[in-house]
Structure formats: C-alpha cells, structure tokens
Design a protein around this ligand. Structure first.
Ligand code: AMO
Length: 429
C-alpha cells in the first residue's frame, strides 16, 4: 500500500536535507522528458520543486497526465536548474489520482482562461499560485480582523440567516417557502446584533448575507461576507476609530508580513496607509459643487458623484453626518442638527466599503421612525420588546469584506476575491 503522507513540503527542502530521503506530495505541473531521464515539476501548496526521474519510475512519470496527484520518495540534492535550488532524485513515484487529459483551464496560468471558465473550475483554478495567493491573503485578512476585535473585547456571535421578516426594511429580500410559511434570507444581522449589546456589550459577526439585488456590476453579489460590529455605550465616532484600526491592521499585516503573497498575487494593490480623511456629507456637496456637480441637501450621492469625489480623495475616506432621511430607521439623529444623522460610510474612491452609525435606543423614538419610514412597528415587535429591557446606547457598522479584499489586492472585480461568487446569473458551482 502506498504511504500517502509527505515528510516535507517543497519549500522545506534545504541544505540540511541534502543527501537525505524525503517524501513529497502534490500535483505534476510539468514534465520534460529528455530520454534517459525526465525532469518533473511537482507543485504543492507551498510552491514547487523539481524531481529527477530515472530507471523504473521513468516510464510511469513521463506518462503521468499533468495535474495528477502524486507522492514521491527520493534523495535531496542540489540542483543546477535556474528556478530550483534543490531537487529530489526519485526512487519511488506513485500516482494517487490521474487527472483528465483535457482540463477545463490551465491552472499554471500560462494559457489565460476567461473568467467564467475559471469560476466554473474554481478548485482547479486555486492551483494557480497567483490565485492561491489572493485567497491566502483573504484568510489572513479575516484572521487580523478577528484578532483585532477580540483584543477590543468583542465576542464573536452567530445569528440566524433564516429569518421570519425583513431586518432592514426594503425590498431586496430573498423569500422562500418554509413549512407552509414564508421565510427570508438575512440581509444583515442588524437587529440581532443590536439586541445582543444588551447582554454581551460588544459583539461581532462575520457571515454571509443575502441581497436580491438585480445588479450587474463588479462590486455587487447576491451573497456577500460582512464583518458586522455592534458596541454598547459607544458613539459613532468610536466606531469610525475602530474601522480605521481594523483597516490599518489588515494593511499592516499585508505590507509587513505577507509581502510574498502580495507580490505573487501580482496585482496593483494600494497598501500605503495614513490616517483616513473624515469628510461630512455637506463638505462633499461643497466639493462637488466646485467641480460643477450641483446636488441639493438630501440628495443621495450618485455613482457619478462618488466617482468624482474618489478622484479628489484618492484611497480611503469617510463620509459622515448624512441627511437622516437617507439612512435606515435605526440610525440616530445628530442632537445639534436633527436634519443630520450620526452615520458614516467608509469609501475607497467610488466604492462603499462600510456603513455604520449610532443607533436609536429609545423604543418610542424607534417606533416613530419606523412609522415615518413607512414600516409597520407591529412587524418589528420581537425586536422592539428588547428595547424595554434596558437597551444601552450603542453604535456599530457593517464592513463588506469582499469589497475590502478587492481594494487590498487591487482586484477590479469582486468575483476575483470570492471563491464561489453568487450573482444574478451564477448559481454554480
Ligand atoms: P449596508 O447595506 O451598507 O449596511 O451593507 C454594509 C456593507 O456591505 C457591503 N455590501 C455588499 N457587498 C457586496 N455585494 C452586495 N450586494 C453588497 N451589499 C452591501 C458594502 C456595504 O458598505 N446594517 C447595515 C450596517 C450597519 O449599519 O451596521 C448594512 O447592512 O461594503
């Protein structure tokens, strides 16, 4: 029986191992058959190494379809090859799983494949080192966010994704039959995370949310990952500080500790980080007006307006103090100017990455806002009752993690940083 365990990954071959037996495992990327011997490039998750195959193993090795899974024993020696400092002189070559001769894409990336074809074969696409680097960065980004929030005394929670009524209001809910009733997929954990500040003070959730948006853009998916945060006894500026810290820490990690993956990803990402500008909505109107883009107080900032602002403010910037009427029912007004709200968005150029704010914590005011926004307080009764249990003043935010990854890897399309994207057309794989 073949031993399927490796002793070393390809990036662990070193001077110390020269002359020693090792077992390496991975996928055959390339075979160069030069008669009495063959050079095989074996790729594993850490990189690639060269195998030198002669003798009994030679006929098996040269017949192996590329991308087959193999495990190989042999002796480590120094290599004269340009790309490999060491190689393994093979004594035993075992094919564990043969790949098909015709693969849907070339995972080495030498032959470019169309984006749709790559998404159709995503698991195979991940053998492309450039693609793997993007998803390793994604995993590292999540780790940094979790670490940062834990250090700030946030507890990670999980709230339901199957819900009985809309959490945010609005029409972009996916509904489905649920044992003779109607249920919906959660658009956001908004109401749950607010309620949880009652007992847990500071909570965060990283999870998938669903929006039935018929958008065909490079920044919208129907299922996306959000980092949601909610904290008792905080105001919205505390959350703005927290967002700045989260983004700064992820950038710091990428720049200082993940350089190899950033370079491998080969994308033009912006990892320069300074303090993030904090503009108000009204300042934005002034700036836009100087650029000839006339907007009235209360107008939403259109895509075109945001693109214009993005040209003035390259990189990250906050837009604070939006008109109250543009924000959801749970957002608190500014005490000194009730036309305005204690709200903010984090932008990167035209792209909105985060929105958040201070919430109403008084049940009567919340009910009257629901009515003002055309929503029925009775459909929020389960939520509203928690406001009679000593609801603390609280603030929070939702960060579109896929969009943050787009910015930090320099990807032009959200689908490049999501393993199995879901949009209006794509439901598989
Ligand atoms: P909002 O609806 O602005 O706020 O969503 C928060 C962030 O989630 C990201 N996002 C999306 N990403 C990809 N595809 C989509 N279709 C999509 N929709 C949203 C964006 C956005 O900034 N409850 C509030 C947050 C809060 O106040 O705590 C909310 O859901 O980056």
């Amino acid at each position: 029986m073949v031993d399927i365990h490796r002793t070393h990954y390809s990036n662990q071959l070193s001077d110390n191992l020269v002359g020693q037996q090792v077992r390496v495992a991975g996928w055959v990327e390339d075979i160069r058959d030069i008669g009495k011997l063959a050079f095989v490039v074996l790729r594993d998750v850490t990189g690639a190494c060269q195998l030198v195959v002669t003798g009994e193993s030679l006929p098996v090795a040269v017949q192996t379809p590329r991308q087959s899974a193999v495990v190989v024993s042999g002796t480590v020696q120094k290599s004269k090859a340009r790309d490999f400092p060491y190689e393994v002189k093979v004594t035993e070559f075992s094919i564990l799983a043969k790949a098909a001769n015709q693969l849907p894409i070339d995972p080495t990336g030498r032959v470019e494949s169309a984006s749709d074809k790559r998404l159709d074969a995503r698991a195979l696409d991940l053998r492309n080192p450039r693609v793997a680097a993007i998803f390793r960065l994604r995993s590292a980004g999540l780790e940094v966010i979790r670490d940062t929030l834990r250090k700030e005394n946030f507890s990670e929670v999980n709230t339901p994704k199957i819900i009985g009524s809309a959490s945010e209001g609005g029409a972009n809910l996916f509904g489905f039959d649920y044992f003779k009733r109607k249920a919906y997929l959660a658009q956001s954990p908004q109401l749950y995370k607010e309620q949880l500040t009652l007992g847990f003070d500071r909570v965060f959730e990283i999870g998938p949310y669903f929006r039935a948006e018929n958008s065909h853009t490079v920044r919208h998916l129907t299922e996306f990952i959000s980092v949601d945060v909610e904290a008792a006894f905080t105001d919205y500026t505390d959350i703005i500080d927290l967002v700045e810290k989260l983004v700064g820490n992820v950038i710091g990690e990428f720049r200082d500790k993940r350089k190899a993956d950033v370079e491998l990803a080969g994308l033009e990402s912006d990892l320069s980080f300074t303090k993030i500008d904090r503009l108000t909505y009204e300042q934005c109107l002034d700036e836009l007006s100087k650029e000839g883009e006339k907007l009235e107080f209360g107008d939403d900032l259109s895509d075109a307006a945001l693109r214009r602002l993005g040209e003035i403010h390259r990189g990250f910037y906050f837009i604070m103090d939006w008109p109250l009427k543009l924000k959801p029912f749970y957002i608190h007004e500014k005490e000194d100017d009730p036309r305005l709200s204690k709200s903010f968005d984090l932008q990167y150029g035209y792209l909105e990455l985060v929105s958040g704010g201070r919430r109403l914590h008084d049940s009567d005011r919340l009910k009257s806002r629901l009515v003002k926004q055309g929503l029925n307080p009775a459909s929020f009764s389960d939520h509203l009752k928690a406001f009679d249990w000593g609801m603390p003043p609280h603030s929070g935010m939702g960060l579109g993690f896929d969009r943050l990854m787009m910015v930090l890897t320099g990807a032009q399309n959200i689908r490049d940083v999501v393993l199995y994207p879901r949009d209006t057309e794509r439901l598989t794989p």
